[in-house]
Design a protein around this ligand. Structure first.
Ligand code: SAM
Length: 319
């Protein structure tokens, strides 16, 4: 075991607001279990001091709040020349700003928490679904990690917006890639339901499908995923297809499809606004489908009307 100090990034402060220390601690504790975490402010910088094995270094560098890792010896901090081995330029995740975008750092935390809940031999074997994927922040992050992903979004304009982003960043960063479009199943007559856009690069891929998440199994041809990661509609900016402010109705309609799409041993990590739905109500929607609640939460106040939190559920291996 070595002594490490993790420098907390400015990005984490902007993502988690006044609660950044608690959220960062929750993510780190999920990784290192009962090991002690000591908060050490130095000047305007915040560090978390921990003891950990060297084998954890690469995961530590990819925690959502970590700007850098230092080794601590006799009170001295030595910066380590370590960085996460991500695919694609970070512009694919951070470059575009649009209304309703999920904070990129929070999205990274959701993926990290999910990865820590599942068993896998190689990250290339993991498949991720974001069943309410908006303009694909989770899917782009998944690609950076080397995870194959699919997403479902009701807003038909999302496909064109995401295509534009992909083209822009591929051109700017000279990223070799393939873009394909088509329809899942037979071409639907109504609107653009079932239309998809698939982006492949660096031996991985993401597919964004237009449609209603309560038809997930059909849209996904019954494919199964180890991870379901999503930032649910906040009831304020994002109306659901049911034109209600409360996302609970659509979640209830989609719950069996989402649980069906999760592999045994897989994990579901959801960000939501604690005011709508209530944490217990959200949990209830999925535990009644047989998923098991894990003991993780990361509440942080974003505004007067939004306290964002995270719920983690798991499908047991015998399901
Ligand atoms: C909080 S946003 C997700 C934003 C996304 N993570 C991003 O960064 O672009 C929630 C998304 O759920 C979508 N949504 C709501 N109801 C849906 C439904 N029934 N089927 C599919 N998507 C839905 C909304 O259109 C919205 O884009």
């Amino acid at each position: 075991m070595k002594h490490y100090s993790l420098l907390i990034s400015q990005r984490a402060r902007s993502a988690y607001f006044n609660d950044y220390l608690d959220v960062a601690r929750a993510e780190l504790q999920w990784l290192i279990g009962d090991e002690a975490i000591l908060h050490r402010p130095i000047g305007a910088m915040d560090f978390f001091d921990i003891k950990a094995g060297e084998d954890l270094l690469s995961v530590l560098t990819s925690l959502s709040f970590v700007q850098g890792v230092f080794e601590r010896q006799d009170g001295r901090l030595t910066p380590l020349d370590k960085r996460p081995a991500f695919n694609l330029h970070e512009d694919f995740v951070f470059g575009a700003k649009f209304r309703g975008k999920t904070n990129e750092t929070l999205t990274q935390l959701l993926i990290n928490i999910g990865l820590m809940c599942i068993d896998y031999r190689s990250i290339a074997d993991v498949k991720l679904l974001d069943p309410m994927c908006g303009r694909a922040t989770t899917l782009f992050w998944a690609m950076r990690y080397g995870i194959k992903s699919k997403g479902i979004e009701q807003d038909p304009r999302a496909l064109a917006d995401v295509r534009q982003m992909i083209k822009k960043w591929c051109k700017v960063h000279r990223q070799k890639h393939q873009l394909t479009e088509g329809f899942v199943g037979a071409k639907a007559k109504k609107k653009e339901i079932g239309k998809f856009l698939e982006f492949s690069a660096e031996n991985t891929s993401m597919r964004l499908i237009n449609g209603d998440t309560s038809d997930a199994c059909q849209l996904l041809n019954d494919e199964k995923f180890q991870l379901i990661i999503s930032d649910l509609p906040y009831g304020i900016q994002h109306h659901t297809t049911h034109k209600t402010r409360n996302p609970l109705a659509i979640l209830k309609a989609a719950a069996s499809e989402w649980s069906h799409s999760l592999k045994p041993g897989g994990a579901m990590v959801l960000a939501f606004n604690r005011y709508l739905p209530k944490r217990e109500d959200l949990i209830d929607v999925f535990t009644t489908q047989g998923l098991q609640l894990l003991d993780f939460s990361a509440p942080h106040r974003m505004s007067e009307s939004i306290v964002r939190d995270v719920v983690v559920l798991k499908k047991t291996n015998d399901k």
